[in-house]
Design a protein around this ligand. Structure first.
Ligand code: FAD
Length: 328
């Protein structure tokens, strides 16, 4: 696997098991089954439906493995064909270029299982599990600890990579260990100390390891009604203070202490400012929403405009929290 890929350096499907060809929007799409697995790799797969912004072009190659073996085969495929690998969780913190992504996009959305150990209070889940749905499940069991995560529409793997957090909690606070798959195919276990956690950062960001499984420490034994009530309260707070009614990636910028990015953007007079279909949300200025028909380039230009305006007014450089992938 390489980090950069030459334009013409595509894989050779003929060496594999090409089963069928489809035509979508006049672009020929190929589906290849990796030998010995039921894992299908698709070419020219549109990614807009797999990102919370609902924008972005196609993946040169796309695969959503259902188990560790298929994930390993996908990595081997990338290695053999010299393809750059991009990992996609729920796509809730990603801005994918309109020109798409070269190489192989590996989605974790079908890596799903969960084990609840009521003796230890540990929850072990596959990285593709949805974090808000886990928050509801544990609340209904009377397990405390994930109430804060109910409004974060990502996967557990994405949360571990981003150190997702809300309501003064974050995933690093409860992470026992993360199982990761290295590019060379070896599986290892990392502790929070090894992951170098900080505010919305971890050493996994920009690295080549794939989080495959996560163990979290929770607190069983509480009254389910109380845990559900707190979870509902957090959800309600989010719905009233953040624009969940339009596609977005949540907060676009990290908060530059002692300020919040939203306050700086609002004070700069940018609430409601729009480029194409992308708008600075009226409800929360650190959100850029897709008001309909936005292109990734609209969102990208709006990000740059906000950075420029805030820099001019406050001499502060806002750092994006959203991950921008592909060419802009
Ligand atoms: C409405 C809304 C509200 C939000 N609110 C919050 C909030 O309160 N707090 C907060 O922290 N975030 C928030 N977010 C942002 C986002 O949900 C989180 O960052 C989330 O953790 C991203 O998870 P994901 O699965 O969508 O990751 P993706 O967006 O798919 O990926 C994010 C990064 O992680 C990498 N990645 C994903 N999965 C893996 C894996 N298994 N192994 C290795 N790398 C991986 C990707 O390559 C990418 O670099 C919000 C987003 C939205 C749309």
């Amino acid at each position: 696997m390489t980090i950069s890929q030459a334009a013409g350096n595509v894989c050779t499907p003929s060496a594999l098991n090409t089963k069928k060809q489809e035509t979508t929007n006049s672009v020929k799409s190929e589906v290849i089954y990796l030998p010995g697995t039921d894992c299908a790799i698709k070419s020219q797969a549109s990614l807009s439906a797999f990102t919370s912004y609902r924008v972005g072009g196609a993946a040169q190659w796309y695969v959503a493995p259902r188990n560790l073996e298929a994930l390993q085969s996908s990595l081997n495929y990338a290695k053999e064909h010299d393809l750059t690998v991009t990992i996609l969780g729920a796509g809730s913190n990603l801005l994918v270029s309109d020109r798409g992504i070269s190489g192989l996009v590996i989605a974790t959305r079908h890596l799903r299982y969960s084990y609840f150990d009521s003796k230890t209070g540990q929850l072990t889940v596959a990285s593709g599990e949805s974090i808000p749905s886990l928050a509801w499940q544990v609340a209904e069991l009377g397990w405390q600890g994930l109430e804060w995560a109910v409004g974060i529409p990502g996967t557990v793997g994405g949360a571990v990579v981003m150190n997702a957090g809300a309501h003064k909690h974050c995933i690093a606070d409860m992470l026992v260990s993360a199982q990761v798959l290295s590019p060379d195919g070896t599986v290892g276990t990392l502790t929070p100390e090894q992951l170098g956690y900080g505010y919305r950062t971890s050493l996994l960001q920009g690295g080549a390891c794939i989080v495959t499984q996560v163990t979290l420490q929770l607190k069983p034994g509480a009254d389910p009604a109380q845990v559900v009530a707190l979870t509902k309260q957090h959800k309600k707070h989010r719905l009233t203070t953040q624009p969940y009614n339009f596609p977005s990636c949540g907060s676009v910028f990290r908060n530059p202490k002692p300020y919040t990015a939203g306050w700086l953007i609002e004070q700069t007079g940018l609430k409601g400012y729009q480029i194409g279909g992308a708008q600075v949300a009226q409800l929360h200025a650190n959100f850029i929403v897709n008001r309909g028909g936005a292109k990734a380039s609209d969102i990208f230009c709006l990000i740059r405009h906000i950075q420029q305006q805030v820099q001019e007014r406050w001499s502060i450089c806002l750092e994006p929290e959203v991950k921008m992938i592909g060419e802009f």
